[in-house]
Design a protein around this ligand. Structure first.
Ligand code: PAF
Length: 281
């Protein structure tokens, strides 16, 4: 069922709540793929009813042409979703339904978790993500909302967002869905040629190498090895490779015992910017 008005969605969800049903929200920007289906399956394993929002959020793009080029195919997405889970409620609001006439980001105090990596290379991106999610949570009032660990920095930002706003929604992180060669599922993969799809496996290879090296090598040594891997592949342009503590997401060169670390990558393959990360200890 596709609903484009927030009022109709709210009426529908209120009926479910009266029946004692729990609501899960999977926010998306469309261009749906198997990774989204795995988030939806996750949501159904926790909640009675699942809403998937499809909304290309203008405030999280720091590049106007990226926003313009973002693939939009609501009909195709709805078909893809309904074939998988016919019961799913698909919410497809217009920009005015979300932002009224003021298409602007709010500014949030996310602290260190947005200073580096995606926060550094995509100025204002996380304020845009926070702004749209705050509104989507207000509209849908979900019990739980589901986000992929592929965007791990975003996942931490969303957890921080609900602490800041006090919204009563539990944020659930879901494991990254990968193809058989380890490439993380992403809407951007649709823009890769067959040859590039094969080359893109390098990203997961580099992260796996970092994981294998972590216990017995310095972070500097790991970074050098990963940089060399990318230098040997001319079609790639490595934007960053960082190892950071999960608690603050500040790239580090030192290891503290008892802390959890992840390795993060962003790289251009041709015109397409790909990101990924993994837990390394
Ligand atoms: O990860 C995404 O697709 C977007 O950032 C999100 C969470 C749907 C917010 O627009």
């Amino acid at each position: 069922m596709v609903i484009d008005s927030k009022l109709s969605l709210q009426q529908r969800l209120d009926e479910f709540r009266k029946e004692g049903k729990t609501i899960g929200l999977v926010p998306t920007m469309g261009a749906l793929h198997d990774g989204h289906l795995s988030l939806i399956d996750f949501a159904y394993s926790y909640c009675d009813k699942v809403v998937v929002s499809i909304f290309v959020n203008p405030t999280q793009f720091n590049n106007a042409s990226d926003l313009e080029k973002y693939p939009r195919d609501i009909e195709g997405d709805a078909k893809f979703l309904t074939n998988h889970q016919p019961e799913t409620i698909i919410f497809t609001p217009e920009v005015s339904e979300i932002y009224n006439d003021k298409v602007e980001s709010e500014s949030f105090e996310f602290g260190s978790i947005i200073q580096y990596m995606e926060g550094e290379f995509r100025t204002g991106h996380f304020d845009g993500v926070g702004s749209v999610l705050k509104r989507l949570f207000t509209i849908t009032k979900p019990d739980k909302a589901f986000f992929g660990e592929k965007d791990f920095q975003q996942l931490q930002v969303v957890k921080s967002l609900v602490n800041i706003t006090g919204q009563d929604v539990e944020i659930i992180g879901c494991p990254t869905s990968r193809n058989e060669f380890g490439l993380a599922q992403s809407s951007r993969n649709f823009r890769l040629t067959k040859q590039e799809l094969k080359e893109a496996e390098l990203i997961h290879e580099a992260l796996s190498k970092a994981k294998n090296m972590f216990a017995s090598n310095s972070i500097e040594n790991i970074e050098n090895q990963v940089k060399t891997m990318f230098q040997e592949h001319a079609s790639f342009d490595l934007e960053y490779f960082s190892i950071a503590k999960v608690s603050d997401l500040i790239p580090t060169k030192t290891k503290e015992s008892g802390q959890k670390y992840r390795a993060f990558i962003a790289a251009y393959l041709g015109e397409v910017r790909l990101i990924d990360n993994i837990a390394i200890n």
